[in-house]
Design a protein around this ligand. Structure first.
Ligand code: I6G
Length: 677
């Protein structure tokens, strides 16, 4: 091939790869299959290898990292990198607003704020000269940072050259380098597989990845950059509003936050804060607050700085999700299926907006993984409504009298033998329904809203009924007597009558709810629905053997084994008999042939994070309604359910014109088909 063609081909490939990178990393709109991207990249690498004089430092091939440095050199920030003042509640935001109005005057409702999430990452500066990335640096102490140019060059969302031609000759961009949550999980899974110590959180993982003297290591880490402002600017003019400056950065190829919004007045800032706080857990990255900035740059100039922070900006922080505290003891809880769970008793600590004094430790594998001992200082995490977790141990603070956690050799509630099944990390009480803990948990599950829905039979009342000897198992619920109920502490006539009425009403149920309410191991709501749909009646279901069970969607050998054990157990079947004699009943289901199910013949895809139900449950419900559930979107896909953070599959659906339902529409569709979540 004549060399002018090679030069042209190299240019075309670079332009194409740059455009794809921009669409993917900056606009969040992937437009090309990975294989096509890889093919072009490989071709460019080949051409550059054959003609080394064509290699340019800003070619998309030049991101792989270089030989390790002996140390990072220091750089000075010509415009200091400042920090932000913090606000921890709505009152502190009002105080911030008052300070602004005192200096600026004007109508309090008119002040314009730019709002963005505060990513939990590492602040960095990027310097572009004539559009070429010249230097990347850490914030350091704000005046002096470290030169991490080789490392930042490996991060795909950082352009090696700017797009277009109207950028300033010298442009310093500032932002946060972070590790998205999914990348963090994958990295930790890889690290765990190698037997190495995992990273405690995405921020530590990002910091550790960025401070590698060998940039080839950085290149392997899933880092991204999100820009939030500019520093030094020469040889060009920027817009007069902060949000417009960010939009210019985006046009030049830099990633900015998709949640950027401009609002008027401090009340609207509160609304923005509340709305994003509610979605915090479903964002694809960790954030620790929201930053509010006066949007008008002329007003920013008038406000100036105090000490090391701008007067025109504030970070409203979320309550910390991780705190340090001491592990006082480990106790053992017995669940519905006899599983014995170690629970950490902690010195109370305020974390994630509440005081936490207990956290789950899951099982013996988890205790071993953490290496935790009683007396240790531990880091506790509480995010959203998730049960608090012990995430790590501060080994340097282990006291001399720390003692290992020892598991009980008999059930802590009923004293029965305990066993660990082969290959299982969970210890189980073998006492079955003799064990009061299992009795209580089974009754609570039976009465719960998604099972028999017995209103008024709360956890405390179940504990009381079992502890007072009025109840042993679910069969006893329907023979509870008014007089005996009235003998319970704090039980009035009205409450007793309401409970008896709720019990009476619960007798009229449905087959899927009844199967779920029995609490058979591994049989959740979706499996219960599949079983009911498949067999149509309790009689048909309870007669089947393992092979027939395995024909049901969602039933594998483990579930089938638990079901058969239940059907073979005289006490379990006796309990079902007693319940039915007491009047528990349901209409048999019309057995619809599979082709008559409402979504028969359709292929669905579920993507992104759903709030009300897990993705697996969503898939199970779809299968129970007759749909096939696929992993990728094609022209044959009937519909895509898109939760928060849905990415390339949603884009693909848009391109192919495939119908898309958000979570609310999906729940409405399930409800129309009799599935209430
Ligand atoms: O550390 C920071 C995170 C996010 C910031 C920041 C930001 O804006 C979204 N903005 C400024 C002005 C500073 N630090 C100094």
């Amino acid at each position: 091939m004549p060399s002018v063609d090679i030069v042209q081909e190299v240019d075309t490939l670079r332009e194409q790869l740059d455009a794809w990178n921009y669409q993917y990393y900056v606009l969040d709109q992937p437009t090309v299959p990975d294989a096509e991207y890889d093919r072009c990249m490989y071709r460019l690498l080949q051409l550059e290898a054959s003609r080394p004089e064509l290699v340019r430092p800003d070619s998309p091939t030049q991101r792989v990292g270089a030989a390790p440095l002996a140390q990072f050199s220091q750089i000075s920030h010509e415009v200091p990198m400042l920090s932000l003042d913090n606000a921890f509640d709505a009152q502190a935001m009002r105080d911030f607003n008052r300070r602004l109005l005192d200096r600026l005057g004007g109508n309090p409702d008119q002040l314009e704020f730019a709002c963005e999430p505060k990513l939990d990452g590492i602040a960095v500066s990027l310097l572009y000269r004539d559009g070429l990335l010249q230097r990347g640096a850490t914030r350091g102490d704000g005046t002096t940072g470290e030169d991490i140019t080789l490392n930042v060059r490996t991060i795909p969302s950082i352009p090696l050259h700017l797009r277009g031609d109207n950028f300033p000759g010298l442009l310093e961009v500032r932002g946060e380098i972070y590790m998205p949550s999914a990348g963090f999980e994958q990295l930790n899974a890889r690290v765990r597989e190698r037997g190495d110590k995992t990273f405690v959180n995405p921020r530590n993982a990002a910091a550790g990845s960025l401070r590698q003297l060998d940039a080839r290591v950085t290149a392997q880490r899933p880092l991204e950059m999100c820009c939030y402002g500019v520093g030094l600017v020469e040889g060009g003019v920027l817009p007069d509003r902060h949000a417009l400056v960010l939009e210019s950065l985006q046009a030049w190829g830099l990633r900015i936050n998709a949640e950027l919004a401009v609002v008027h007045g401090i009340d609207a800032c509160d609304d923005y804060y509340e709305a994003l706080a509610a979605r915090r857990e479903s964002l694809p990255y960790a954030i620790d607050g929201i930053v509010f900035k006066v949007n008008d740059l002329a007003l920013q100039q008038r406000l100036g700085f105090v000490s090391r922070a701008p007067r025109w900006a504030i970070a409203r922080k979320f309550p910390a999700q991780e705190e340090m505290t001491r592990l006082l003891d480990v106790e053992f809880q017995v669940g519905r299926t006899g599983a014995i769970t170690p629970v950490a008793r902690l010195e109370p600590v305020f974390v994630g907006g509440v005081t936490v004094s207990n956290a789950t430790l899951h099982n013996s594998d988890e205790i071993e993984r953490l290496g935790v001992q009683i007396g240790d200082t531990v880091i506790v995490r509480r995010a959203g409504d998730v049960i608090p977790q012990v995430v790590s141990v501060v080994m340097g603070r282990r006291p001399a009298d720390a003692r290992p956690v020892s598991f009980p050799d008999s059930c802590p509630v009923c004293g029965s033998a305990v066993e660990r099944e082969a290959g299982e990390a969970t210890l189980r009480c073998m006492g079955g329904l003799v064990c009061a803990a299992q009795q209580k948990a089974a009754i609570k599950h039976f009465a719960s809203r998604r099972a028999m829905d017995i209103e008024g039979l709360g956890d405390k009342l179940v504990d009381q009924l079992v502890d007072e000897g009025l109840l042993e198992n679910v069969a006893g619920l329907y023979t509870l007597e008014r007089e005996r109920l009235l003998g319970l502490e704090r039980m009035g006539e009205k409450s007793a009558d309401n409970l008896l009425l709720a019990l009476e009403q619960s007798k009229q149920t449905t087959l899927p709810r009844f199967i779920f309410a029995l609490g058979i191991r591994e049989v959740g709501e979706v499996t219960a629905l599949s079983l009911a749909r498949h067999f149509g009646s309790w009689e048909a279901l309870s007669m089947v053997r393992e092979e027939q069970l395995l024909e049901v969607d969602d039933v594998g050998p483990v579930v089938a084994d638990h079901l058969v054990q239940f059907f073979d157990s005289p006490s379990s079947m006796g309990m079902v008999g007693t319940l039915r004699e007491a009047g528990v009943n349901w209409p048999d289901l019309e057995l619809a042939p599979v082709e008559d199910l409402p979504l028969a013949g359709q292929t669905w895809v579920v993507t992104g994070k759903l709030e009300a139900l897990g993705r697996n449950d969503a898939k199970g419900h779809l299968q129970a309604l007759g749909a096939k559930v696929a992993g990728s979107v094609s022209a044959r896909t009937s519909c895509v359910v898109a939760g928060f953070g849905a990415g390339s599959k949603l884009t693909r659906a848009g391109e192919l014109g495939v119908k898309v339902l958000d979570e609310r529409a999906f729940l409405a569709l399930l409800a129309d088909n009799g599935v209430m979540i």
